[in-house]
Design a protein around this ligand. Structure first.
Ligand code: SF4
Length: 409
């Protein structure tokens, strides 16, 4: 049985400019996003109109327990624009009592009063894109904010949190940025902990080919840490944050007790979610669908959906559960891992298929099980922390090889 979605992701694609490592679906507006009557404001208004129209044509579903405004830079929207979006979702689906309503914010785009405004209209969790506390690093990755702005933003969030106005907040950092050493990284971690953020997301830098960093890397001009240094940095993250009381509940996510992101946990549990906006992925009934990544493509798609030309393909309830390989991939990111046989049976496998196929997977994973990278307890498989989490990609590659070898229809 497919459980109807109780979560929604809304994509706000606008940014001041594109960061050097970013290949997300975004629209860089320069500084015109904040100038009344500018082309930037016109673009935002036109986009919000499309977004409202897309939400209007979605079918009714159960009340939402999590909402996530991500981007891009949602904090380029003002209080009224964010409020109108939340109202739209609330009218459409309703919000469960205590729903987690998260918004991503960028230190270069708001002042204390703006934050206060977001909290007044129902945002109760903020995710701050810090990435680094070092001015030269921030400049070298193309971020639009500096250290002073980041620390100021952290102080505002922390004050709201301590005063009980904000339920929780998270700070993002990127490890393994160009020029990083273990010592510099420990300083970053130290400053992150000093902000008193109850949740830290620590992402590894990934080099995407169609980015400034991708091009620099191709030419050999990107001074990223060597693999051996990157491993030490990752171990240090794990050691340092655990000493400070953080729990690693997912590969990139560390939280103090009670501050794990419910919305992110929803993704990793394999539940369905609504997704709205340019480039957004949704999986309301288990089947994933990604919207066009350009504004023109998205506009056309919304218009087609409205006029039924695509027969609202996305919105037809299809009882197609997420494929087992995807469920395994996302489930293994979590500290608690996955129960292989339970998951396989939920995906429709018979006991006989489970016996044969899962034994085969054990063979693919044998070296990792033997060396303690992957642990198995009562049918549940999980990555050891930090050893297994560090090489999660290699473990997943073997899983995908196993999946391909099954030659399922
Ligand atoms: S602010 Fe975030 S979404 Fe925008 S360009 Fe930078 S990394 Fe990408």
């Amino acid at each position: 049985m497919v459980i109807p979605p109780r979560s929604a992701y809304v994509h706000i694609p606008f940014c001041h400019k594109r960061c050097f490592y970013c290949d997300f679906s975004i629209i860089p507006l320069g500084n015109s996003a904040e100038i009344p009557g500018s082309p930037g404001i016109t673009s935002i208004n036109a986009y919000l109109d499309l977004l409202h129209r897309e939400i209007s044509i979605a079918p009714i579903g159960p009340a939402l327990s999590t909402v996530y405004l991500g981007g891009g830079t949602p904090s380029l929207l003002n209080k009224k624009e964010v409020g109108d979006l939340l109202n739209k979702l609330q009218k459409k689906f309703g919000f469960q009592d205590g729903a987690e309503i998260t918004m991503e914010v960028d230190p270069a785009t708001f002042l204390e009063n703006d934050l206060k405004g977001y909290l007044e209209i129902g945002i109760n969790r903020l995710s701050l894109g810090g990435q680094s506390f070092d001015d030269s690093t921030l400049a070298s990755i193309g971020r639009n904010h500096n250290r002073t702005q980041l620390i100021e933003a952290c102080n505002w969030l922390n004050n709201f949190f301590k005063n009980g106005i904000l339920r929780s907040w998270s700070l993002d950092l990127i490890q393994n940025l160009p020029g990083l050493t273990v010592d510099k990284w420990v300083e970053e971690l130290d400053q992150a902990v000093k902000t008193e953020a109850p949740h830290l997301s620590i992402y590894d830098l990934t080099i995407e080919p169609e980015t400034v960093f991708g091009r620099m890397h191709k030419k050999g001009n990107l001074n990223i840490p060597l693999e051996s240094v990157a491993q030490k940095i990752d171990l240090e993250t794990n050691r340092y944050l655990k000493n400070m009381g953080f729990s690693r509940y997912e590969i990139s996510s560390y939280s103090l007790p009670g501050h794990a992101s419910r919305h992110n946990r929803m993704y990793w549990s394999g539940s369905g979610w609504w997704g709205f906006g340019m480039g957004a992925t949704s999986a309301p009934w288990g089947k994933r669908f990604s919207r066009p990544r350009t504004i023109a493509g998205y506009k056309k798609w919304v218009e087609q959906q409205e006029s039924h030309l695509l027969e609202k393909t996305l919105f037809i309830e299809e009882s197609i559960p997420m494929p087992l390989d995807e469920l395994l991939m996302i489930g293994l990111r979590r500290r608690e891992g996955v129960h292989l046989e339970e998951l396989a049976k939920k995906s429709g496998w018979t006991q006989k298929e489970c016996n044969a196929n899962l034994q085969l997977l054990d063979n693919y994973w044998f070296p990792f099980l033997k060396e303690g990278y992957l642990l198995r307890k009562n049918g549940r498989y999980y990555l050891s922390d930090p050893k297994g989490m560090q090489i999660s990609n290699q473990i997943l590659i073997q899983m995908f090889l196993w999946w391909d070898s099954l030659e399922l229809d």
